[in-house]
Design a protein around this ligand. Structure first.
Ligand SMILES: [Zn+2]
Length: 292
């Protein structure tokens, strides 16, 4: 039995009962499968050409890879995944209308940060930290405004699963929060979003790293200040179970938090030391913010 993601009932209501777009509330929402058949964003096409992380160079946003014959999922898992995908495509009304979807920029050009000698981390965001995503993320994080979750989930669904990564060889590492922040907020927004990314990619979450710092917020700091602020910010609870680690955060501005998380992970021995004795680290964010 699959675990339900937090607020799953509300998402089902938004997706299967409420037929209106979650952004404009005027037009009928469009099923995700139909939006994927017509990727309208120029950046989406650019991403396809670059094919950095795309699953399928000819159509990186396609979900058909789940059914490819060489996919290493077990037959039981393939069957349940297939049923779920068919159910979704048959009954889901989607979350945004085609007009609102095409008004946003999806998959901006990925950017890179250094994490160790000879190692860089590529960060791919679903969209920019701009209207309406900025307002939605703020309302969700600061006020636990669940009415914004469908829009955020729509953005998550635009992230193509990284090439070669699947349930058995990869885990998603959500940016951990401190106990103090968790108590103050009462919930952990990034872990909720990561749970939906886990469902979208069918890749499990791994929670073997925690945040040990209680530093001030990263907001308003320069890049150098952010990095200093993050020294020794993370501690491993247990070694990663696999080599492919997909880091996830809600907003990446300079990428300093993801960079520090990746640096911490990269210094630990890999689980199966063999030919390629390194972790494969990729990073994803809901939105890429510009540094003001
Ligand atoms: Zn709309």
């Amino acid at each position: 039995m699959r675990h339900l993601a937090p607020y799953q009932t509300g998402i089902w209501l938004a997706e299967y009962i409420n037929l209106r777009c979650q952004l404009c509330a005027v037009y009928r929402s469009t099923p995700q499968a139909q939006l994927l058949q017509n990727p309208s964003s120029s950046n989406a096409r650019l991403f396809s050409q670059n094919s950095l992380l795309a699953e399928n160079a000819s159509h990186p946003l396609s979900s058909n890879y789940l059914f490819s014959s060489n996919h290493p999922l077990s037959s039981d898992r393939s069957f349940s995944t297939s049923i779920r995908k068919r159910f979704n495509s048959r009954f889901s009304s989607g979350l945004l209308c085609a007009s609102c979807h095409s008004s946003l920029t999806w998959l901006p050009k990925p950017f890179e940060v250094d994490i160790a000698a000879g190692m860089t981390l590529t960060i791919q965001a679903a969209t920019y930290y701009d209207y309406p995503m900025r307002q939605a993320i703020k309302a969700f994080k600061r006020h636990e405004d669940m009415t914004k979750l469908p829009l955020l989930l729509h953005a998550i669904r635009q992230l193509p699963r990284p090439h070669g990564c699947h349930h058995d060889n990869s885990v998603i590492v959500a940016m951990p929060t401190t106990d103090e922040r968790l108590i103050k907020r009462g919930f952990d927004p990034v872990s909720i979003l990561a749970a939906y990314l886990s469902k979208h990619w069918d890749i499990p979450l791994w929670q073997g790293i925690r945040r040990v710092d209680d530093t001030v917020s990263q907001q308003g700091l320069s890049r150098a200040e952010r990095l200093t602020n993050l020294d020794n910010a993370f501690a491993l609870i247990e070694p990663p179970p696999v080599k492919r680690l997909l880091l996830f955060d809600d907003v990446a501005t300079t990428g300093a938090s993801l960079q520090a998380l990746a640096s911490t992970l990269s210094i630990y021995p890999v689980p199966t030391p063999n030919a390629n004795n390194k972790y494969h680290l990729f990073a994803y964010a809901l939105a890429h913010g510009s540094q003001l």
